[in-house]
Design a protein around this ligand. Structure first.
Ligand SMILES: [Zn+2]
Length: 230
């Protein structure tokens, strides 16, 4: 009998995360939140194509309270395209974020999600992070529609976006999976505003809670499946 685990993450550290956390807690779930410490307090309107939803980030002093009980992870300081940066600038963006966030939350932040659209990293970015930082896992962008463990946790691609049109079928497959199965779902919480999808989010969380899988943060998944298991 394999281990069936699901893990969730949300990017950018915006105010809608509070509503996600409230819903997660209703079902006894938790998630990982990837924050940009150089952009705390920034606020913008996403424009007409996204229903003028507000993309407003938490302020530094709010972070430890908002994300208590959840995992905080890095997303770089200022959300740049890492592929365009020098080695030193990549390290400033990644390590700077890890250190600031660790200081805010009071534990060592060890994971991240690469910022920006696909492809949001390349071999050089991964090499710089692997050789120079304590990052244990880093999430990419491409939906795999699979439940296997990543061959390399620094290029960990999710199973699907939470609003993937195939999600119900994937969750059916997850419930039937044999052997070790990790279902990794992600989104930005503001997307539930853009698509008026809060009911859908609640439905998915309810389904996951009933799935028979164990809910883990990204970090817990990394720790649950040490290299000898992979
Ligand atoms: Zn982002």
């Amino acid at each position: 009998m394999g281990r069936r685990v699901f893990t969730l993450s949300f990017d950018d550290g915006v105010r809608q995360d509070a509503r996600v956390i409230e819903l997660l807690q209703k079902f006894g779930l938790k998630a990982t939140f990837n924050l940009n410490s150089g952009l705390f307090g920034a606020c913008l309107d996403l424009g007409p194509a996204q229903n003028h939803v507000r993309h407003e980030r938490w302020r530094a002093e709010e972070v430890s309270g908002v994300y208590a009980g959840m995992e905080v992870a890095a997303h770089t300081c200022t959300h740049p395209d890492l592929k365009t940066l020098s080695r030193v600038r990549i390290l400033e963006e990644v390590v700077g974020d890890l250190l600031r966030l660790s200081d805010l939350v009071g534990y060592e932040v060890v994971g991240m999600a690469y910022p920006g659209g696909p492809p949001n990293y390349n071999g050089e970015v991964v090499r710089v992070i692997r050789e120079n930082t304590r990052v244990c896992y880093a999430r990419g962008f491409r939906s795999t529609h699979r439940f296997d463990l990543p061959a390399d946790f620094l290029t960990w691609h999710p199973t699907a976006h939470l609003l993937d049109p195939d999600l119900d079928r994937l969750l059916d497959d997850f419930a039937e999976a044999e052997g070790d199965a990790v279902c990794y779902l992600w989104a930005h919480s503001y997307e539930f505003d853009v698509h008026s999808a809060w009911d859908r989010a609640e439905q998915i969380f309810a389904r996951l809670a009933r799935s028979g899988g164990v809910c883990q943060t990204n970090r817990e998944v990394f720790c649950s499946f040490p290299p000898r298991d992979r």
